[in-house]
Design a protein around this ligand. Structure first.
Ligand SMILES: Cc1cc2nc3c(=O)[nH]c(=O)nc-3n(C[C@H](O)[C@H](O)[C@H](O)COP(=O)(O)OP(=O)(O)OC[C@H]3O[C@@H](n4cnc5c(N)ncnc54)[C@H](O)[C@@H]3O)c2cc1C
Length: 473
């Protein structure tokens, strides 16, 4: 059993398939394996490493210590291990990102050459990418019709837990489990299947009823914070969906799960959009480069732009590995439209720091903000970072939580510290740009794009823009 984005035992059809096969053949046992690419590991931030290492530790405990970790290239390690134990099949859940598809094809070919099989059961989605199509077989490019047909397609009930008293292969030595790096100041959400299911229960008890109203408020613990668990597969979305009814909070939550599935479907059908423009007309946008651009990027990345909501978000990212969705949109808009930097720079930074980093949701979340994605927020809609702060962090509590230099300012005045006497006394910077001016500059750059092509990726007949924006925000 090759674990990848499914670090759990419950509702794990691939694991169930491996166990079922071993039970058919009484002589067979299962070897649970996780392969860690050294380059992937080296590129991860401390918070990302901490989360993954904790999750692997938890999975190992659930497996009674049977998990074998190997460092290296899966294309070599998986076929080698299969040969070592004489496996007929390597079981895994199917992955759908371009890199994983290419890698898995090579693993499958190497296994096949030795008379073995890579057997996929299930995926990381309720409905696997590629399954929800229009009547003519093409993929949906707009969320709402995708959502309707995704619902119509439906999904299986969660697979029952399969492990029981499973006998695992125990004579293959594991490499050392990764150490948990030190994390300063903040307690990260607990990793592992048990902690994640407890978080889900807590969210259902305390927040899901008000989710439709509170999900935009970074100062409230109003969202599930399960994106990292979904990224590593500590819980399957089907398990969450199975608990939902038709009440308003549940409805909206189901729609958010569907955004994740929609973006996975888009990336599956447009693998070039990992880093490439979904609407290529925006490739011609004039972005800043050079020393000043680099300095501004650095101010953004470290949370020192002088715009408190932006800085709180960027510091939340660095210290906790997660950022609230509303704030992700604000910081992304700020990078692209106030600093005039290309969205790919921001997407790369998020990839390095988010524990929930998911290539489909990340690239398309960024492209939505940059105006070049599916259902994109029109480019001319520029978020006002101070207005957003006053609206969604009305008392300033979120900003004070992440920016110690502003904790001496009470109430919403914290959103404009340079207007407060002694507001900057603890070293918080003046705004690095003037939002009103940069907004005009952003719109001027939009005007320079070749006319007629800018909105061409979206068919207006299919696209109920205002509703989509509301549902997304
Ligand atoms: C610029 C940008 C980058 C993003 N990068 C990522 C990323 O790398 N990984 C990631 O999982 N999400 C990403 N998102 C989407 C969203 O911000 C997070 O999924 C959400 O904040 C996670 O918090 P939560 O689990 O509490 O969400 P909840 O509000 O509890 O939502 C439940 C689940 O629905 C899914 N979901 C919710 N909103 C979205 C959305 N807009 N797009 C896709 N799925 C969604 C997530 O799986 C989430 O866990 C990004 C959004 C933006 C604007």
């Amino acid at each position: 059993m090759w674990f990848r984005r499914d670090l759990r035992l419950a509702d794990n059809p691939a694991l169930a398939a491996a166990i079922a096969q071993s039970q058919t053949d009484k002589q067979a046992k299962v070897l649970p394996v996780y392969v860690l690419g050294p380059r992937t590991w080296a590129a991860m931030s401390p918070v990302q490493k901490h989360y993954l290492a904790s999750s692997l530790k938890s999975l190992n405990e659930s497996l009674g210590g049977a998990l074998v970790i190997k460092y290296g290239d899966a294309r070599q390690i998986v076929p080698d291990l299969a040969a070592q134990i004489g496996a007929t099949n390597v079981h895994a859940a199917q992955l759908h990102t371009p890199n994983a598809i290419a890698r898995d094809a090579q693993v499958a070919a190497a296994l096949e050459a030795a008379g073995r099989e890579l057997t996929f059961t299930g995926s990381a989605y309720a409905v696997a990418p590629g399954r929800v199509t229009k009547d003519d077989g093409t993929f949906y490019k707009v969320y709402t019709p995708f959502y309707k047909n995704w619902l119509k397609h439906g999904w299986r009930v969660p697979a029952s837990a399969a492990v029981g008293n499973q006998d695992w292969i125990s004579n293959i030595p594991s490499d050392q489990f990764p150490d948990l790096p030190e994390i300063d100041n903040f307690t990260l959400p607990a990793a592992g299947e048990t902690a994640v299911l407890a978080r889900w229960e807590y969210f259902k008890e305390t927040a899901i009823a008000d989710y439709a109203d509170n999900r935009n408020r970074p100062d409230i613990d109003g969202t599930s914070m399960l994106s990292t668990a979904l990224r590593f597969g500590e819980v399957h979305p089907r398990t969450l969906l199975a608990d939902l009814d038709d009440s308003p909070g549940h409805e909206v939550f189901r729609k958010e799960i569907a955004w994740r599935e929609f973006y996975a479907d888009i990336l599956f059908n447009r693998p070039d959009t990992t880093t490439g423009y979904y609407n290529v007309a925006y490739k011609a946008m004039d972005y800043d480069t050079g020393d000043l651009a680099a300095q501004r990027f650095n101010a953004w990345a470290t949370g020192n732009t002088g715009y408190p909501l932006v800085d709180a978000g960027m510091r939340q990212l660095r210290t906790t590995g997660w950022m609230h969705n509303r704030v992700r949109m604000v910081v992304a808009s700020f990078l692209i439209k106030d600093l005039h930097l290309e969205w790919t720079l921001g997407a790369e930074h998020f990839a390095q720091w988010l524990t929930d980093f998911d290539v489909a949701s990340n690239s398309h979340g960024w492209q939505w903000t940059a105006g070049c994605g599916t259902d994109a927020s029109p480019y001319y809609r520029v978020f006002n970072p101070t207005g957003q702060a006053i609206k969604f962090d009305p008392n300033g509590d979120y900003v004070r939580q992440f920016i110690p230099e502003l904790r001496h300012i009470d109430g919403p005045a914290v959103h404009e510290p340079s207007l407060v006497i002694d507001g900057l006394i603890h070293g918080y910077p003046e705004p690095i740009v003037n939002h009103a001016q940069e907004r005009i500059e952003a719109l001027a750059r939009l005007e320079k794009l070749p006319k007629g092509k800018v909105q061409s990726a979206v068919n207006p007949r299919e696209n109920d823009q205002s509703k989509l924006i509301q549902s997304f925000e």
